[in-house]
Design a protein around this ligand. Structure first.
Ligand code: 2BA
Length: 109
């Protein structure tokens, strides 16, 4: 068994969870925050059989889109000069960042 953890953009979350559900994959949605943009994103946990990992990855790929996002200037006031961003800059936020972890045991009590 594997645990697929996908960090996705909030906008894609409902579509992804619905698409997983249509193929009978169970999922859990966690509210998360990106370390760089410090904005909300969503982490979806999907426990599945080893042989279903590729299908889950395909569903994630199909339902999550890359988007460009502007990072607002960050004032150096009270902050560290290393993190100073003088002008808005564009960053491309990926459709999904996915980790596949082995599961040692799975219980439901
Ligand atoms: P954030 O950390 O908010 O990053 C959002 C996007 O900002 C990233 O998109 C990347 O394009 C850009 N970015 C991140 N760090 C940067 C830096 N030091 N300099 C310039 N640009 C930078 P993605 O790579 O698609 O990541 C989307 C979200 O996935 C991340 O949000 C974070 O929540 C998660 N993530 C990405 N890689 C991860 C990792 N190795 N471990 C844990 N979470 C990760």
């Amino acid at each position: 068994m594997k645990l697929v953890m996908a960090v996705v953009q909030d906008k894609d979350t409902n579509r992804l969870i619905n698409a997983l559900g249509e193929k009978n994959f169970q999922s859990t949605k966690l509210a998360s925050t990106g370390g760089f943009l410090k904005e909300g994103n969503t982490t979806i946990m999907i426990g599945c059989k080893d042989e279903n990992v590729d299908e889950v990855l395909d569903i994630i790929k199909t339902n999550c889109s890359n988007r460009e996002q502007m990072v607002a200037p960050i004032s150096p006031m009270g902050g560290n000069a290393d993190s100073y961003i003088p002008n808005p800059v564009k960053v491309e936020v990926g459709g999904a960042t996915v980790f596949v972890l082995p599961i040692e045991s799975f219980y439901q009590f």
